[in-house]
Design a protein around this ligand. Structure first.
Ligand code: NAP
Length: 205
């Protein structure tokens, strides 16, 4: 079974994330894509973010009606910091060693992968899909990878760049737009827009 694993903060989830997951499902013939909102990101301990419950709820609202997409609390249920390697190992325990995992996230996040816990192990547990905007300098991505995974296979064959034009939408931009009273309605799915407005999210700096 080929499973996509969408890792991200999703503060908030937006249409660029949804397009990314559907494109990955199509290009890599994935049976399903599981969104895993990160609970306690190890690299962002000082950064303020919305509570996990709200970020999770917005993902849930965004995925409604698409049977191929689901959201998981895995990183919330596990104690301690949310390391990607632990999530991938857990997914292999749940779905079996034969499950082929594809970890999907933004190319800018993957650029930092050498600073993550056990990068060579990550490349052994999973292939990586780096979502980029068109025109992204891909040579930066190649330079940022561990040379080999922990099975001795070259990492370059296990990372795939995927251009997503609608990734010009970003969570940071949406939070700024809300704060500045600018429109953001059609950058996120309608129920997510309503949830943000009803709960007055992102109005404070
Ligand atoms: P980030 O640094 O906030 O995001 C970097 C860029 O990638 C942003 O432009 C972001 O846009 C985009 N992006 C993030 N997730 C995406 C997705 N699923 N699809 C398309 N674009 C995406 O990254 P982050 O959200 O904190 O972390 C990304 C993933 O890497 C998470 O699953 C996190 O747990 C993992 N990670 C693990 C470790 C570790 O194990 N030590 C360390 C760092 C990150 P938006 O802001 O619009 O999403």
């Amino acid at each position: 079974m080929k499973i996509g694993v969408m890792g991200g903060t999703f503060d908030p989830i937006h249409n660029g994330h949804l397009v990314t997951s559907e494109e990955a499902r199509y290009q890599f013939e994935l049976e399903k894509v599981i969104f895993i909102p990160s609970a306690r990101p190890p690299h962002k301990r000082e950064v303020r973010r919305s509570p996990f419950e709200d970020r999770y709820r917005m993902v849930e609202l965004a995925l409604e009606g698409n049977p191929f997409l689901s959201v998981s609390m895995l990183e919330m249920e596990r104690e301690g910091l949310s390391y990607t390697i632990d999530t991938l190992r857990e997914l292999h325990r749940i779905h079996g060693r034969d499950a082929e995992l594809f970890f999907i996230t933004g190319a800018d996040a993957i650029l930092e992968i050498l600073t993550w816990k056990d990068p060579a192990e990550i490349f052994a547990e999973s292939q990586l899909i780096a979502a980029t905007r068109p025109g992204y300098p891909l040579e930066r991505l190649k330079e940022a990878l561990p040379e080999y995974n922990s099975h001795g296979e070259p990492s370059t064959g296990r990372v795939h760049a995927m251009e997503i034009p609608s990734l010009s939408i970003s969570s940071t931009d949406i939070r700024e737009r809300v704060r500045e009273g600018k429109p953001f309605r059609y950058l996120v799915p309608e129920p997510v827009w309503a949830y943000i407005v009803e709960n007055s999210f992102y109005l404070e700096r």
